[in-house]
Design a protein around this ligand. Structure first.
Ligand code: C2E
Ligand code: MG
Length: 416
């Protein structure tokens, strides 16, 4: 199938009257293995057939397509009219599929290579489309990225940045910040969340949002996870010496969960510091990319067996929120800031939060509201029964090197 696509593309590119604006798209379905494991392989195949038919109907008279690997498709599209064709393509893929009594939704990583009229070889177009697709996949999927020559340049810059981050890690340029978690019942400190920052020698403090996507799915991501865990243990020791036995939450990437070395490191710490480890909480990013659910469950149970508690971060934002809540061994749910920031004006969000609280109580999970910025938000989440909260209203994240001073200044309630 793909060979035929390649030949057709080669013919189109050298045709004397070819359309001036062509695009080659590489579509890779996100987390397809999760769909297979949730619904079974037969259902998975049915979805792919229906998707293939749907994409077929999307094609214009001179367009063509092929299915390459199991869940990967290549399309060649005439993009000479001004329709928002790429957005429409993405929307087509995301229309839910009905599978008997089930409904399932897909997202895809879509890489697009624009093909100039001078380009005569299909190889570069296919390679650029694949590169763009991988870029999207590495940044969480569910989007399209267009690669022209400039796009390739961005990819090169990304590799340079990755090298810089890896070197910065050996050079101790990272530090954890801490943000308090407040117990809403009495306003007292319940724990801290550690948030990484990059102290760049020229550019100053860099937010994780600007460097974590660059290291996603690379070995550096795993190294950063090890760094965070080591620092976390040091902070727990410090908290002990300061006679403050509250919890410390660390964020871990979905890939880190099933890193065998990370698990060994945790188990070693659990043997060495059995008391400290009970104060540790791992925050797992709410994600639909839990590809191998069985393996993830096994690892998470092993962490819990060490005495660590597990929190589902940014809850409510992913497609698979409820699925994750049911299937993962958890102790805590962090309600995403999206639901909090307009909680007093958006009645739907208020209903969602109320139901998350009820569901969590039924599942014996504690709840944390993220991103509380105002007294009004604080009062509403408290009224809705949320147990813990975090946000600028109580305290902004501060450098962990200031922990002792901070504790000395904040011995009583954090609520104004
Ligand atoms: P997160 O885990 O959801 O962390 C909460 C983010 O919200 C933090 O951003 C925090 O500074 C910010 N925040 C806290 N209160 C408020 C508020 O009242 N208003 C607003 N607008 N924001 C608030 P930050 O530190 O930039 O971290 C962003 C994300 O980066 C984190 O989101 C987490 O997913 C990730 N991250 C941070 N540190 C680490 C880490 O050590 N390892 C990993 N894997 N991810 C990390
Ligand atoms: Mg977090």
């Amino acid at each position: 199938m793909f060979g035929q696509f390649y030949t057709m593309l080669a013919d189109v590119l050298v045709a004397p009257k070819r359309t001036p604006a062509l695009a080659v798209c590489c579509i890779d379905i996100d987390n397809f293995s999760a769909l297979n494991s949730d619904f079974g392989m037969a259902m998975g195949d049915q979805v792919l057939h229906e998707l293939e038919a749907r994409l077929g109907r999307f094609l214009g008279p001179s367009d063509f397509m092929a299915r390459s690997a199991g869940d990967q498709f290549y399309l060649c599209l005439d993009v000479s009219d001004k329709k928002p064709i790429f957005r429409q393509l993405k929307e087509q893929i995301e229309i839910p599929f009905r599978l008997g009594e089930h409904i399932c939704s897909l997202t895809a990583s879509i890489g697009i290579a624009l093909v100039t009229s001078q380009q005569k070889s299909p190889d570069r177009a296919i390679r650029n489309a694949l590169h763009a697709c991988i870029t999207v996949k590495n940044n969480g999927g569910g989007r399209y990225e267009i690669f022209d020559d400039e796009g390739l340049l961005i990819q090169h810059n990304k590799s340079a940045l990755l090298r810089e981050i890896t070197a910065a890690l050996s050079d101790n340029q990272f530090q954890l910040f801490l943000q308090p978690k407040v117990n809403l019942a009495d306003g007292r400190l319940a724990g801290f969340e550690a948030l990484i920052r990059w102290y760049h020698p020229e550019r100053g403090i860099i937010s994780p949002l600007n460097f974590l996507p660059v290291i996603a799915h690379t070995d550096t991501e795993i190294l950063v996870g090890h760094f965070v865990l080591d620092q976390g243990i040091e902070l727990l020791k410090l908290l002990r010496t300061l006679d403050c036995n509250v919890s410390l939450s660390l964020n871990i990437s979905p890939r880190q969960i099933t890193d065998a070395l990370f698990r060994r490191q945790i188990e070693q710490y659990a043997t060495q510091y059995p008391q400290l480890i009970r104060q540790l909480c791992l925050e797992i990013l709410e994600s639909d990319s839990f590809d191998n659910l069985q393996l993830i469950q096994d690892y998470l149970r092993a962490y819990q067996a060490c005495g660590i508690s597990l929190s589902l971060d940014d809850f409510g934002t992913g497609f698979a929120s409820l699925n994750n809540l049911m299937k993962l061994p958890l102790n805590e749910v962090k309600i995403d800031r999206n639901f909090i920031q307009d909680i007093n004006t958006n009645s739907v969000h208020q209903i969602v939060v109320r139901h998350i609280v009820e569901l969590s109580a039924a599942l014996e999970l504690s709840t944390v509201a993220e991103g509380i910025e105002t007294a009004a938000e604080y009062m509403t989440v408290k009224k809705l029964g949320v147990q813990l909260a975090q946000g600028y209203y109580f305290e902004r994240p501060f450098p962990s090197s200031e922990l002792s001073t901070w504790l000395a200044e904040h011995s009583s309630s954090l609520i104004r």
